[in-house]
Write a protein that binds this ligand. Structure first.
Ligand SMILES: [Zn+2]
Length: 611
């Protein structure tokens, strides 16, 4: 069955003229067809190869298309002038010179391979036209492939560009060069940023083209025009700055930048992370963020937003903001709509910390717990470490049919030995309620402390200080061990209403701490509220992915534009938003697919056809 492939853009005057003719009459007429093309070196089928170099192409490539049934029968390819300027395809397969168009073919296509005028002789049919070539050049003037490379999300602050073809050394922005015969070159082109699902995110409708020297790979006998370097930025704050507003589009990792030369001539380049790092190209990686919003008390209010629905919506907005910033490194937390976000009740008092915070050895005594209302007493002997005492307590609880999770905390700076936490379960997902005795302390031992209790979220969460940052406070562990999924490849985000003292809005527990709580982030309501000024989520998640507790300004120069700066708070485009290539490399080294505990997995691009 013959048909015109709708997905393929046909600019064919001949087709338009021929449409009114009856097939029988049409077949007797010699035809002159016209086509206005773009050299097809992008990658519409997302197979990593230029469409114009594939042995077989789908029907969505950039070419002129005709319905074979409406053309004379018995066509064979007599020649292309100049040789190699275009190729002729029958149902997506190239035809060699001298070969006839297969009788059963439905569509005939011409795909341009070089810029300039061309003629195709097909017996009684002649196709004439010309093609434009589109190139993307980086800040060093090097050509960036539309198929095997990509446009990278902008990492640098807005800058002034004096001449469009100046060497800027900008690692990300690309300028687009159009090559062709002078009469054919447009005065402007359009740049449209699209999401991976094809939704237009932003556009520059008429980006002016000015004369420039042709790059060496532009082709022979052509002249060239260029745009200014185009920045693909993560959000509106970066897009609308006056220095760059006329050459910025808001893009998305995995999406595309569609360059429209007019007349249906379009090419598309995908959007990814840095093109050059110590680890090679960082195209797109995905991290899993598992968010738990702790209600204030059992069945209580959401910790932010007022209602559950608003709290969930606010958190999806946070994921979008983190995506916008981490896109600079080619890192995404996935579509906000798919994010794993849930409201949960805080746990009952269920955690027992043996050694409390200092982890001193025992001198001999008793540990007296009340579990689900029943007393449990365990004797500890002089010289026992907190770990040894914890094992005794666990054994004694297990004899009473409780399930006990044992986790060792990192030794804190002033501590003697690591403390050990016992998580006491009645059954799967059901915590036991653990208290101290009605009178006297939990431990009668002079040196070995044992703590039980709850983090009372109505008064705020006691956060860690420098001395106990590696283990977290007992309150924090009570909550974090409750929401933790024990999957080291995910980042757990716990959102609470507030920390006890002002000032702290977020904190992170990183992998190298040898702590039982790792790859976790705690944010409070104010950390969400000031999101646009200090990017608390993106910053804290940065500590986890970079696996570094410190900040670049702790030792080096204060650079308040860096996301990982310790004290940056600025809602403008000069706020703490930027990631350096060394930050991206550090994320790859410590959390990439090849790291000991990978938090990032490679996330390939899906197919993104043209609209
Ligand atoms: Zn920090």
């Amino acid at each position: 069955m013959a048909r015109v492939a709708e997905a393929c853009l046909a600019i064919s005057l001949g087709l338009a003229l021929g449409l009114g003719l009856e097939p029988a009459e049409a077949k007797e007429q010699p035809r002159e067809l016209e086509a206005s093309l773009v050299v097809d070196l992008d990658d519409d089928d997302a197979d990593g190869r230029e469409d114009g170099l594939q042995d077989r192409v789908g029907d969505a490539v950039d070419c002129a298309t005709w319905d074979v049934a409406k053309l004379p029968s018995e066509m064979s390819l007599e020649g292309v002038t100049p040789a190699g300027a275009v190729r002729v395809l029958a149902d997506g397969v190239p035809i060699a010179a001298g070969q006839r168009v297969p009788p059963g073919a439905a569509r005939l296509q011409v795909q341009a391979l070089r810029p300039g005028p061309f003629t195709v002789e097909l017996g009684s049919v002649r196709i004439r036209g010309s093609a434009l070539r589109l190139l993307a050049l980086d800040g060093n003037g090097r050509s960036v492939s539309f198929a095997s490379s990509h446009a990278s999300m902008q990492r640098t602050i807005p800058d002034r560009v004096v001449a469009p073809d100046a060497v800027t050394r900008d690692p990300d922005a690309l300028r687009f060069v159009v090559a062709g015969v002078a009469a054919d070159l447009p005065a402007a082109l359009a740049v449209r940023a699209r999401s991976e699902t094809g939704v237009q995110l932003s556009a520059l409708d008429a980006l002016r083209l000015v004369d420039t020297t042709c790059p060496v790979d532009a082709g022979a006998g052509v002249v060239c025009k260029t745009t200014m370097p185009v920045r693909v930025v993560g959000d509106e704050a970066d897009r609308v700055h006056p220095l760059v507003v006329d050459r910025s589009v808001t893009g998305e990792l995995g999406g595309g930048i569609l360059i429209d030369l007019g007349g249906g001539r379009r090419q598309q380049i995908r959007v990814g992370g840095p093109r050059e790092t110590r680890f090679g190209v960082m195209r797109r990686y995905r991290a899993t963020l598992r968010t738990r919003l702790l209600r204030i008390g059992a069945r209580g209010a959401a910790p932010l937003g007022g209602t559950d629905a608003k709290a969930l919506k606010l958190m999806r907005g946070q994921v979008a903001l983190a995506n916008a910033l981490w896109g600079q490194c080619g890192i995404s937390f996935g579509p906000p709509a798919d994010a794993d976000i849930a409201l949960v009740d805080p746990p009952p008092p269920w955690l027992v910390s043996v050694g409390c915070e200092l982890g001193l050895p025992a001198s001999g005594g008793q540990v007296r717990l009340v579990v689900d209302g029943r007393p449990v007493t365990v004797a500890v002997e002089a010289g026992w470490s907190p770990a040894r005492a914890a094992r005794e307590i666990a054994t004694s609880l297990e004899k009473r049919r409780y399930r006990v999770g044992i986790s060792t905390n990192a030794r804190i700076a002033p501590g003697a030995m690591p403390t050990v936490d016992l998580q006491v379960w009645r059954g799967p997902g059901r915590a036991a309620e653990v208290k101290g005795p009605d009178a006297g302390s939990v431990s009668t031992d002079r040196t070995l402390g044992v703590c039980v209790g709850t983090a009372d979220l109505s008064v705020g969460l006691r956060h860690f200080l420098d001395v106990d940052s590696m283990a977290g406070t007992f309150d924090e562990r009570t909550l974090l061990k409750w929401v933790d999924d024990r999957d080291p490849s995910t980042i757990d985000l716990m959102v609470i209403s507030s920390f006890v003292r002002g000032g702290r809005i977020g904190e992170s527990f990183i992998g190298t701490d040898r702590s039982s709580v790792r790859n976790a982030v705690v944010l409070d309501r104010s950390g969400i509220r000031v999101a646009r000024a200090s990017y608390a989520l993106a910053h804290e998640v940065g500590h986890v992915m970079l696996d570094v507790p410190g900040h670049p300004d702790d030792y080096g120069r204060d650079t308040p534009t860096l996301l990982m700066d310790s004290d940056g708070a600025d809602a403008s485009v000069f706020g703490p938003r930027r990631l350096r290539v060394e930050d991206c490399e550090r994320a790859m080294q410590n959390s990439g697919p090849g790291s000991p505990v990978p938090l990032l997995r490679e996330w390939g691009w899906g197919r993104l056809g043209k609209p």
